[in-house]
Ligand binder design. Structure first.
Ligand code: ZN
Length: 133
């Protein structure tokens, strides 16, 4: 398995519009666009930072994973995403090593990426996403 870089940091927010005011309006990051991923009940907004990106995540439903995260922990960093060269091979290797996975097979994420989450119980509480673009 080869991790190429930190692809993005996922940050749970109540409002991507408010987020744009801060990340773009105040910090001056370029706003790359937003996208709703219905299957994950989330609206995303991307801001490139060098070779990585900030991904803001706003829930589109009260029972969505981001809504539940904010209910429990408040707004803040929700996951770290590593870009891998081959996500199927990475998942097979992790499974082989006994790492608990949320997604045993990749699903489609924002921007046409293939993504999969590791279980936070396997990563000392850090929700880790693998993504391949
Ligand atoms: Zn992500």
């Amino acid at each position: 398995m080869k991790i190429l870089k930190i692809d993005h940091l996922g940050i749970a927010v109540n409002s991507t519009e408010d987020g744009k005011n801060f990340w773009s309006g105040i910090l001056g990051l370029e706003f790359e666009g937003d996208e709703t991923v219905e299957t994950q009940k989330v609206k995303t907004a991307f801001f490139p930072v060098g070779e990585s990106e900030i991904e803001l995540l706003e829930s589109t439903a009260p029972d969505g994973p981001i809504a539940r995260f904010i209910e429990k922990k408040g707004e803040g960093i929700q996951h770290v995403a590593f870009r891998v060269d081959n996500i199927e091979a990475a998942l097979a290797e992790l499974k082989e090593k006994g790492v608990k996975l949320i997604d045993e097979t990749p699903r489609m994420g924002a921007g046409g990426a293939k993504i999969a989450f590791l279980h936070p119980k396997a990563t000392a509480g850090v929700l880790v996403e693998l993504c391949e673009r």
